[in-house]
Ligand binder design. Sequence first.
Ligand SMILES: *[C@@H]1O[C@H](CO)[C@@H](O)[C@H](O)[C@H]1NC(C)=O
Ligand SMILES: *[C@@H]1O[C@H](CO)[C@@H](O)[C@H](O)[C@H]1NC(C)=O
Ligand SMILES: *[C@@H]1O[C@H](CO)[C@@H](O)[C@H](O)[C@H]1NC(C)=O
Length: 452
Amino acid sequence: MGSFACSTWTTFLCILLSVSTIGAIYTPDWKSLDARPLPEWYDEAKFGIFIHWGVFSVPGYGSEWFWWHWQGERNPFYVWYMMKNYPPGFTYADFSPLLRGQFFDPQEWAEIFEASGAKYVVLTAKHHEGFTNWPSPNSWNWNSVDDGPHRDIVGELASAVRNRSLHYGLYNSLYEWFNPLYLSDKKAGFNTQEFVRNKLMPELYNLVTRYKPELIWSDGDWEAPDTYWNSTEFLAWLYNDSPVQDVVVTNDRWGKGCSCKHGGYYNCKDKFTPGELPSHKWEKCTSIDTHSWGFRRNMKIKELMDLPTIINDLVYTVAMGGNYLLNVGPTPDGMIPPVFEERLRSIGAWMKVNGEAIYASRPWRVQAENATVPVWYTSKGSSIYAVFFLHPMQYSFKLSTPKTTESSVVTLLGNPEPLRWAPLPSSGLVILLPELPPTPAQAWTLKLDGVY
Ligand SMILES: *[C@@H]1O[C@H](CO)[C@@H](O)[C@H](O)[C@H]1NC(C)=O
Ligand SMILES: *[C@@H]1O[C@H](CO)[C@@H](O)[C@H](O)[C@H]1NC(C)=O
Ligand SMILES: *[C@@H]1O[C@H](CO)[C@@H](O)[C@H](O)[C@H]1NC(C)=O
């Protein structure tokens, strides 16, 4: 950027020029980038769906780290599994033609996601295996159009998701386990950038200009510093000059040591569960299958989160100011396993009644209390919400934190009549509950107006 010397007669022109460069306010350093306000849609959305789909879905064994376990660390379980079940000489690349996606129907996926109550969707555009789910010009013969399903998965899902007014985000792994360019940069102590120059950056720019994602979920950053990845240069372009400069949200995985410290919102670690209210916007990513993000053919029902566990986790996360990104792993045929679909639709059914306590809410002055049963608090405008997860088995329900006035009103979401209540002597109130409507989520929400 040039600087302008404003002499008197050019002042007007000078102001115009300065104004026109106001868009380009971010410089490629963390101080500047970290100061960017997060676009509002993200905090309001609260709940998103994460999708891990790639060549790893084909072996569907262990987890999406299959290739690494098998040929990176040569874990005996995986080596044995391959020896026992596949012919000698079978390579990881031999799995890719079997990622057929015969039943992949992006509109069906989008319908399920919308029904779950989620407001955004994040798809693995490229995981650590390097296979791209779009026709990347820099991933010759290792992408979903040349190979596998022969379809532009990223693009087709983009249209279907947007057609339902959900926000669309893309996961992208910075590193690739076995990419020769990456391995040679690594060998050079990350003092060369051949991989970044010839693969990573062209792909990131291609993804953004082609699909205009509203969220970039970066990962695979931890082996090298952000200066190797050129993360700050990319983010400055993304925030200043890209087609999504005003709406895009990013996470915090942009180089060794960046996590929980730099970027947009913070993921910190996978399944991060803070003990107290974080001061920075964050997101908990977690998976219905507690053992894997990618599809596993050997998953068992007891290894999945049940509905009450998911709702509890979601509410806790929102009460703590976080967003909840819940993962499903589709099959290589392109189906969302019906057990995941059932979970997602059930979340949606709960959200239909209780979503008022979730969407666009803010943390309250207190996040939780052990009242008659444990509750989590959220707030919106002048209302506060107390969500509880155990059937109290009695009609009187005590909350000790809210301070009431004579005009306070208490309702149970989904129940038309206001509830009777009385203040408690020191602080708090006792509420007379109605018969609780049965719900498979085992969670109910009290709404309190005119309390503080
Ligand atoms: C958009 O979604 C509607 C259903 O909500 C469907 O009927 C229509 O075909 C979709 N259009 C596109 C272009 O995907
Ligand atoms: C990384 O950024 C630096 C500084 O802007 C630039 O000189 C270098 O060429 C970039 N490297 C790549 C691979 O883009
Ligand atoms: C509620 O009780 C549980 C179990 O004793 C405890 O772990 C938790 O910290 C308590 N929560 C609050 C907000 O006091």
